[in-house]
Design a protein around this ligand. Structure first.
Ligand SMILES: NC(=O)c1ccc[n+]([C@@H]2O[C@H](COP(=O)([O-])OP(=O)(O)OC[C@H]3O[C@@H](n4cnc5c(N)ncnc54)[C@H](OP(=O)(O)O)[C@@H]3O)[C@@H](O)[C@H]2O)c1
Length: 333
């Protein structure tokens, strides 16, 4: 059979363009003994992929030019010549942006969907959801009654972080770009929503939303949001740095927050984290999230893009803010 895939055609400079990617076709021959053939259903597009498109030192190796973009995907076993996998099984892999692939069993993780839709396992019940959970509970250690500020609050990580922070008993302030996203934040229970694109003075807006200051900042964007959070942090505040997307397309390092000295006087703790180092939480978290989704306690928001050829546009939407929740590439049956 033939399967289409997206390869990296050139390394982006600044905001990625669809021209940085190309559609290719590969032939999958007879399935080898001991292998599994998977048809992908949902492909993940994630901000971290931008860093791996650059050819330089990073926490993960750069993507190869001309090679398929790797990344998380949810698929269904089409054919199996390996013990433990049968046609119809739902699997998660790092196979990336392709319609179908053959793999050794060790490259596949069988998913019990627990009564929720399979795409959630690359969204709310996958790494984005776990990032929110680990950042709030293990890094920021949010306590009931605290005030938590979350940026990119309508996004895949941020939308879940807002709702988990509410479950933890926090007062939540969310920041997102545009009135539609700000209105959505109110619908998912955020106490104060900031449309940062409509604010001339972000620190002032945060000050109005949190007159007594913030105890925790869950950082997804860095830049001016981080500076505003430091300015309004209360003594012994914690800043959990999940990501700094505002700088991912920069060609040179961006200036840091101008008020870093406040870390000393306020005894702040700023701690970055990689969710990959918290995967021990995943099985329990995924089961809990499945329960929350089924009970309507967590509202999920995803943007579906149909067809493998849409993967580059879905990915680019992360940086323009055109995405609303997680951009997921859906591959037809
Ligand atoms: N540490 C980890 O292991 C880990 C794991 C997963 C994700 N992350 C990080 O978590 C963050 C969110 O990821 P996600 O997958 O959930 O993406 P997302 O929030 O669903 O999408 C990215 C959002 O970032 C916002 N954004 C883009 N450029 C911006 C800018 N210059 N200033 C302010 N906001 C900007 C946009 O929202 P608006 O429309 O609101 O501007 C956009 O929708 C990223 O920084 C990512 O790298 C880290």
């Amino acid at each position: 059979m033939m399967a289409r895939e997206i390869v990296l055609a050139s390394r982006p400079a600044g905001l990625p363009a669809v021209q940085n990617f190309a559609l290719a076709e590969v032939r999958l021959g007879a399935l080898a003994d001991g292998a599994v053939r998977v048809r992908n259903r949902y492909l993940s597009t994630d901000p971290y992929m931008r860093g791996r498109m650059m050819d330089g030192p990073g926490y993960a190796a750069p993507f190869g030019l001309g090679a398929r973009i790797p990344g998380r995907a949810i698929g269904v076993v089409a054919e199996s010549r390996a013990a433990g996998f049968a046609p119809g099984d739902t699997v998660r892999s790092m196979a990336g942006w392709c319609e179908a692939f053959d793999a050794a069993p060790g490259a596949l993780e069988k998913i019990d969907t627990m009564g929720i839709e399979a795409h959630h396992f690359i969204g709310a019940a996958g790494v984005p959801g776990l990032s929110a959970y680990a950042g709030l509970t293990r890094i920021a250690r949010v306590k009931a009654g605290e005030t938590v500020f979350i940026s990119a609050a309508s996004g895949a990580v941020g939308g879940i972080a807002c709702q988990i922070a509410k479950m933890l008993g926090a007062r939540v302030i969310g920041s997102a770009g545009g009135p539609e996203k700000a209105a959505h934040l109110k619908r998912i229970g955020v106490d104060a929503a900031i449309d940062y694109k409509a604010e001339e003075d972000l620190p002032a807006a945060l000050g109005r939303a949190a007159p007594e200051g913030i105890d925790v900042y869950f950082d997804n964007v860095g830049g001016p949001h981080l500076e505003a959070a430091i300015a309004h942090a209360r003594p012994f505040g914690r800043i959990a740095v999940c990501g700094m997307i505002s700088g991912y397309n920069a060609s040179a390092p961006l200036p840091g927050p101008r008020n870093l000295v406040q870390i000393v006087g306020k005894s702040l703790r700023i701690e970055g984290f990689l969710t990959a180092n918290h995967m021990d939480l995943m099985p329990g978290f995924a089961a809990e999230m499945a329960g929350w989704i089924k009970a309507g306690r967590i509202v999920t928001r995803d943007t579906f893009h149909d067809g493998i050829e849409e993967a580059p546009a879905a990915f680019i939407s992360l940086f323009t803010g055109a995405n609303f929740g997680k951009p997921i590439v859906r591959i037809g049956p």
